[in-house]
Design a protein around this ligand. Structure first.
Ligand SMILES: [Zn+2]
Length: 149
């Protein structure tokens, strides 16, 4: 599945770090490798993935700091999960998600036309007493056939 096909590849990631005067550290590289693999993940999930790979020493706190820093630089994007855990998204362009309730995972829906149509309709609406900060569209799903693990 090429769900992260638009994410910055490792070379582009290294260049982004240099552009922001950040060192290309093994920790930052390991986090990006994990994010390319996972697509959407919490700091815990990224940390577990790096530990499984076993080549880089990290803590959840250091991973969280890297994820947050990359999000502030616009390399990743924040995403809320239903458990109120902070998730990070390796894709920063506007897109919707399928949210699989069986394993709490996200899959990108890369249909910018549909997203823009929904966004345009919503941004024309007034919600009394509220201002819209962001539009985050999750389509709640479960697999129609058993997923291969
Ligand atoms: Zn996404």
């Amino acid at each position: 599945m090429d769900k992260n096909s638009k994410a910055p590849a490792m070379q582009a990631f290294r260049e982004s770090l240099r552009k922001h005067n950040l060192k290309v550290t093994p920790q930052r590289i390991a986090v990006h490798e994990a994010m390319l693999h996972l697509g959407h993940a919490s700091a815990d999930m990224v940390t577990d993935h790096i530990k499984e790979e076993g080549n880089t020493r990290v803590t959840v706190a250091s991973v969280y700091n890297i994820l947050t820093q990359m999000t502030l630089l616009g390399i990743y994007r924040h995403r809320m999960s239903d458990s109120n855990k902070m998730f990070f998204d390796v894709n920063t362009f506007n897109h919707m998600h399928l949210y699989d309730t069986t394993d709490s995972s996200y899959v990108d829906v890369n249909d910018e036309d549909l997203f823009e149509e929904i966004e345009r309709k919503i941004s024309g609406r007034r919600f009394r007493g509220y201002k819209v900060d962001a539009i985050d569209i999750n389509i709640i799903v479960h697999p129609s056939t058993r997923k291969k693990r």
